[in-house]
Design a protein around this ligand. Structure first.
Ligand code: 8YV
Length: 353
């Protein structure tokens, strides 16, 4: 082979390297594994990409590593003819239109399991903070309002031996139930489908209908996926069914709760306290919630321990490499949202690189 044709061959193989877009700076040492297989285009800073920016970023790429900041649906992929895989860094994937991706043969993946325990820890911490008024008490102290020990000041509600309600009994819900047993809590849950008896037995959890869950929970935790069916499932009518002494904790997605109705319930004393890690318009937070004392507010950090965030990025990178038909698991991404069928369109594309 002549030097010219060798050069032409090398140039062609370089040109054929798949391209991927990384939508946010994540952990460079983990993301850099992509360089072995792909040309990587990475956003230089954390930002909210609008529809046009996402469409532009996807136009030339074969794959994308994205977070909940990027909404990817029909319009964003309309002019992305090469796109074959979208790896979401997160277990929730309401930012992806999975149907639209699937109908175009684009493999979508998420990061389940690796964040279960960390997120359950945080859900429990938030629930305790709301029940025992921890952040409110700290504001009181820091604000110089603690002028003497007060026997009846800042009294909260107990967790131990109370009734825990879990709406959404998936992996994270089960993680919370596991923690509750150490507090001798009675665990009630509601889920799309009832769990097998052995799983209920393992978590000492009893299935109840949604209204019973609302009525009986001393502490209600939301851990269900967000979808059109669960939008504002906790609305004014649902809140009215809760005990006035109860707390509500949301570590799922903001849109599950009608925030205006929640602010009204908390402000009027209809509900004792709440804790939110997620917001419908995040990063914007409803000023009516910000004005309340009986609410704990955190900026979507439930999965935010260093080791878990690193594990999430590692899994997403593994997914992207495999979904684009490279690496040791070529064509078999570890955690596809919809199983990759090798005969199907998505399967063919996954193995196509
Ligand atoms: C992530 C989350 O931090 O996994 C999820 O669904 O909500 C969070 O744990 C977030 O998705 C990052 O994209």
């Amino acid at each position: 082979m002549s030097a010219t044709s060798r050069h032409a061959l090398r140039a062609a193989s370089v040109a054929e390297r798949p391209r991927v877009w990384v939508s946010q700076p994540l952990f460079d040492d983990i993301v850099s594994r992509l360089h072995a297989y792909f040309d990587v285009v990475q956003a230089p800073d954390v930002r909210e990409h609008d529809e046009a920016a996402i469409a532009a970023a996807l136009r030339e790429v074969d794959g994308a590593l994205v977070t909940l900041n990027e909404r990817i649906g029909e319009r964003e992929i309309a002019s992305a003819p090469k796109l074959r895989a979208v790896a979401n860094v997160g277990v929730g994937y309401d930012n992806l239109d999975v149907g639209a991706l699937q109908s175009r043969g684009i493999v979508a993946t998420n990061t389940p399991d690796v964040l279960t325990e960390t997120t359950a820890d945080f859900g429990f911490a938030l629930m305790m903070a709301a029940a025992r008024r921890i952040t409110e008490s700290e504001r009181h102290l820091r604000g110089g309002k603690w002028t003497g020990w007060n026997f009846k000041g800042l009294l909260g509600a107990d967790l131990h031996r109370s009734t825990l309600g879990i709406l959404g009994m998936g992996r994270i819900g089960q993680g919370i139930a596991k923690r509750a047993s150490g507090f001798d809590m009675q665990v009630l849950y509601h889920n799309r489908s009832r769990l097998p008896a052995d799983v209920e037995g393992a978590y000492k959890a009893s299935y109840v209908d949604f209204d019973t869950l609302l009525a009986r929970a001393d502490h209600l935790v939301l851990v269900l996926p967000y979808s059109p069916q669960t939008h504002h499932i906790v609305d004014a009518a649902a809140l009215a069914k809760m005990k006035p002494t109860a707390t509500l904790t949301n570590i799922a997605r903001g849109g599950i709760v009608d925030e205006a109705a929640l602010a009204e319930a908390l402000g009027s004393g209809r509900l004792a306290a709440a804790a939110l890690d997620v917001f419908e318009g995040e990063p914007a937070v409803d000023p009516r919630l910000l004005a309340l004392d009986n609410i704990v507010l955190t900026p979507h950090i439930a999965s935010g321990s260093l080791s878990t965030r690193r594990a999430m990025v590692t899994l997403a990178v593994d997914n992207l490499i495999a979904a684009l038909g490279a690496g040791p698991d070529a064509g078999r991404p570890p955690t596809p949202i919809v199983p990759v069928t090798q005969g199907g369109d998505a399967g063919k594309r996954a193995g196509a690189a």
